[in-house]
Design a protein around this ligand. Structure first.
Ligand code: SF4
Length: 348
């Protein structure tokens, strides 16, 4: 059995063909930077950060809609903290709050239940963004709303699914030779969902955990399997081929596959989830929220998310765009590629 030292030596000394490996999980982006993984790799192994940070891929038109709702009489927007700073076309929810908009930050969607019950004259709108990992939580919220017969909660959804957007990246010719499959998403979906894509494009996927050692093992496996359409599970303690069937079943009770708009990438068919027709009365008008305009035309988040450039290739990186003054969504969250590069002084 190969040792960690041998894996490290292999990755550092690798002198085969250049290989581009994309991670599509914001937590991986963060962990790769914090563990100094890029400096442990040969110059021929290139890491790209893909569309794995939920707030980074949320279109500006969605933020605009939240802001418009937050300004309406009797409306309160509830959201996770990161989303509040994401730029819309002219301002963020945080800016709107400064102008009197009703916005509350929550740690869990469940927090909205008590708020809404205590304040029945207001309509509470939850900003439901995220991937396969978060959608089951919104399904639990729906369960409670219906069970408790709460009439003043709605969802504004911008939910995304990972396999379809990975397929889209490959269709669009993104220069990717292998994927570090998202660890958290894979816990729910199971790694089997990536097998058709691996086979279709003859590229390897490695499902990884989040420690430095786990990442190195997965990267080693991806490099070793370059050119092969295989999915290897290097995170077997929590990831199975089938995933969490209970969570998937709960999601399927309330949500169905839809097209979805990704910041900078536009509409990607079948890459989202929305409330089923029979639950549409709980929806706050999520359809028709398309990516259309960016706050700063010089922001190159779209190319960053597609793996076409690295964050530090953007002319605004570290100059006018920094975490305290983000010009694009990729600089907002700790899981955003630009934030991660900036905060960790990463250049590769
Ligand atoms: Fe956009 Fe800022 Fe990243 Fe440039 S550095 S791509 S402006 S978020």
């Amino acid at each position: 059995m190969i040792t960690l030292e041998e894996i490290k030596n292999f990755l550092k000394e690798y002198d085969g063909p250049d290989i581009n490996i994309m991670e599509v999980c914001g937590s991986h982006t963060d962990a790769i930077s914090k563990n100094g993984i890029p400096s442990m790799l040969s110059e021929r192994i290139h890491l790209l950060s893909g569309p794995g940070c939920p707030v980074c891929v949320t279109p500006s038109s969605y933020i605009d809609r939240l802001i418009a709702l937050s300004m309406e009489e009797g409306m309160v927007i509830a959201t996770f903290g990161d989303l509040i700073r994401v730029p819309g076309s002219s301002m963020s929810l945080s800016d709107a709050k400064g102008q009197g908009a009703k916005v509350v930050m929550v740690y869990s969607p469940m927090d909205i239940l008590d708020m809404a019950k205590k304040d029945p004259d207001k309509t509470y709108v939850f900003a439901a963004v995220g991937f396969e990992t978060t959608t089951p939580v919104y399904a639990c919220l729906m369960d409670e709303i219906i069970k408790q017969d709460i009439k003043n909660i709605r969802l504004l959804t911008a939910l995304k699914t990972m396999p379809r957007v990975i397929d889209h990246l490959m269709e669009e010719g993104a220069p990717i030779d292998g994927f570090l499959a998202p660890g958290h998403v894979s816990v729910v979906t199971g790694y089997g969902v990536f097998e058709p894509i691996a086979e279709k494009y003859k590229i390897p996927f490695g499902v990884s955990g989040f420690s430095g050692q786990e990442l190195l093992v997965a990267l080693y496996g991806i490099v070793k399997n370059a050119g092969c359409g295989v999915v290897k599970n290097y995170y077997p303690s929590v990831v199975t081929k089938e995933g969490n069937t209970k969570a998937k079943s709960l999601t399927d009770t309330y949500f169905e596959v839809s097209d979805a708009s990704w910041r900078g990438m536009g509409m990607v068919g079948g890459s989202g989830m929305e409330l089923k027709e029979e639950y549409k009365k709980y929806d706050m008008g999520s359809k028709g929220l398309y990516e259309d305009h960016k706050k700063n035309k010089a922001c190159r988040c779209d190319q960053v998310l597609m793996g076409k450039i690295k964050p530090n290739d953007c002319p605004l990186f570290g100059k006018t765009c920094m975490p305290e003054n983000p010009q694009g969504a990729c600089m907002v969250s700790t899981e955003g590629s630009c934030f991660s590069y900036f905060a960790n002084g990463r250049t590769m």
